[in-house]
Design a protein around this ligand. Structure first.
Ligand SMILES: *[C@@H]1O[C@H](CO)[C@@H](O)[C@H](O)[C@H]1NC(C)=O
Ligand SMILES: *[C@@H]1O[C@H](CO)[C@@H](O)[C@H](O)[C@H]1NC(C)=O
Ligand SMILES: *[C@@H]1O[C@H](CO)[C@@H](O)[C@H](O)[C@H]1NC(C)=O
Ligand SMILES: *[C@@H]1O[C@H](CO)[C@@H](O)[C@H](O)[C@H]1NC(C)=O
Ligand SMILES: *[C@@H]1O[C@H](CO)[C@@H](O)[C@H](O)[C@H]1NC(C)=O
Ligand SMILES: *[C@@H]1O[C@H](CO)[C@@H](O)[C@H](O)[C@H]1NC(C)=O
Ligand SMILES: *[C@@H]1O[C@H](CO)[C@@H](O)[C@H](O)[C@H]1NC(C)=O
Ligand SMILES: *[C@@H]1O[C@H](CO)[C@@H](O)[C@H](O)[C@H]1NC(C)=O
Length: 335
């Protein structure tokens, strides 16, 4: 039938169709799923219809064009909900758990967001990234987060979370990084954080009130770790070693107490912060072999000559000051 029509006629019809229905002809994505639209409007209502979500218009059929979300280009299902820096008051609506294709959920820089992390989040089995950060969320870090096996990124930093760290989080097999920093967490670091089910993620626990020693299970630890500004104690020198791949170790502002003299550092270590602890002994010569980019051993109980060479003299005296009897450049010469 089409074959018998002149090409010019087909072109003419196409142009008419395009002029009448431009969005249908050139639509880059299918319209959003009606069930997702319904859930989004529930979320908006639960947050008291904030101005930040003004684009979430019930009369607009295509919720994929709304702000703060992304749809899958093939299926039209909502795969990302990212609510960031708005004037939003209230709690995380449990309805977020009813967006079954969500891969990325983010509530960030919302200081009036309060309440606890809702268990409805565990319904999001496809979730890869969960960011609840810079909010006033309180209560514990729920152990049910360990059910989200697809998570590659978990960021709960800068909140008012309390209680201890649930050991079960180490059952998340695909995590690249876990940020629990800047909360009010107490208790000790779980043993299980030294042996993850899958790969070991980068671990950020700084600015909390964690106590106790670093578990011995970290004896094989090979990732990046920030334990700064807690109340941790004991001897975590097993975090170091010649064949470690960790490039970043921050133990600063704790109560750690150990002899640094015999420690062998890996060539991979480029960021070493030990300031404000009770570390004693003399700095080992091996430090001169490292390509250090950040280095701070100030406010400890170190003694003896600073090894000369490598990067060690590229740091100023403030990386070394307030020790018991360290001497040599960049500090004054030894007697
Ligand atoms: C938080 O809520 C209070 C009280 O309604 C309001 O005055 C303030 O502007 C809000 N802050 C932000 C960042 O939305
Ligand atoms: C946030 O919204 C509340 C009420 O909705 C309003 O009183 C307040 O001034 C707003 N704050 C900012 C920073 O816009
Ligand atoms: C949010 O937290 C800040 C600082 O932590 C606090 O000053 C503020 O009162 C809190 N706001 C609410 C609504 O809880
Ligand atoms: C992870 O996501 C994939 C597809 O996105 C899904 O097939 C799988 O069931 C999810 N894994 C779990 C443990 O839910
Ligand atoms: C740690 O606990 C002390 C009291 O023991 C408290 O004053 C401080 O605010 C807490 N710090 C954090 C980050 O929670
Ligand atoms: C590091 O090297 C020592 C011997 O030098 C070995 O016993 C140990 O198993 C190695 N550790 C890792 C994690 O490769
Ligand atoms: C340093 O890290 C690289 C990967 O970034 C790795 O291949 C290498 O084995 C590491 N070296 C040591 C001594 O761990
Ligand atoms: C090292 O830490 C001390 C104490 O916190 C600080 O005063 C100094 O500025 C730091 N040095 C560098 C290079 O960060």
């Amino acid at each position: 039938m089409l074959k018998s029509l002149p090409i010019s006629f087909i072109l003419f019809i196409s142009v008419i169709l395009f002029l009448l229905f431009p969005s249908q002809v050139f639509s880059a994505h299918p319209k959003c799923h009606s069930q997702d639209k319904k859930v989004l409007l529930e979320i908006k209502a639960a947050l008291n219809n904030p101005y930040h979500l003004a684009s979430w218009n019930p009369d607009d059929d295509d919720c994929c064009t709304w702000y703060c979300l992304d749809c899958d280009l093939v299926t039209g299902r909502v795969i990302a909900l990212t609510i960031f820096s708005g004037n939003i008051s209230g709690q995380i609506p449990p309805a977020v758990g009813d967006l079954p294709y969500l891969q990325n959920l983010e509530f960030r820089k919302l200081t009036n967001l309060t309440g606890q992390i809702p268990s409805a989040i565990t319904k999001l089995v496809n979730l890869r990234e969960l960011t609840l950060s810079y909010t006033n969320l309180s209560g514990p870090i729920p152990s049910f987060l360990s059910q989200l096996k697809n998570l590659t990124y978990l960021d709960l930093s800068f909140n008012d979370l309390t209680g201890s760290i649930p050991p079960s989080l180490s059952e998340l097999p695909n995590l690249d990084a876990i940020h629990l920093d800047r909360n009010q967490l107490t208790g000790s670091i779980p043993d299980s954080f030294g042996y993850w089910t899958g790969k070991t993620p980068e671990i950020f626990l700084s600015h909390n009130n964690l106590t106790g020693a670093v578990p011995a299970s970290f004896g094989r630890f090979q990732s990046m770790i920030d334990l700064s500004r807690n109340k941790l104690e004991g001897d975590p020198s097993f975090l170091f070693g010649k064949n470690r791949t960790s490039w970043y170790v921050d133990l600063s502002r704790n109560l750690f107490e150990f002899d640094v003299s015999k420690i062998e550092f890996s060539d991979n270590l480029t960021h070493l912060d030990l300031n404000h602890n009770r570390i004693f002994g003399s700095l080992p010569k091996g430090l001169t072999q490292l390509n250090l980019e950040f280095y701070n051993v100030s406010y400890n109980r170190l003694c003896g000559q600073i090894p000369q060479g490598g990067e060690l003299q590229s740091f100023d005296l403030y990386s070394y000051f307030h020790n018991r009897c360290l001497c040599g450049a960049p500090l004054p010469p030894c007697n």
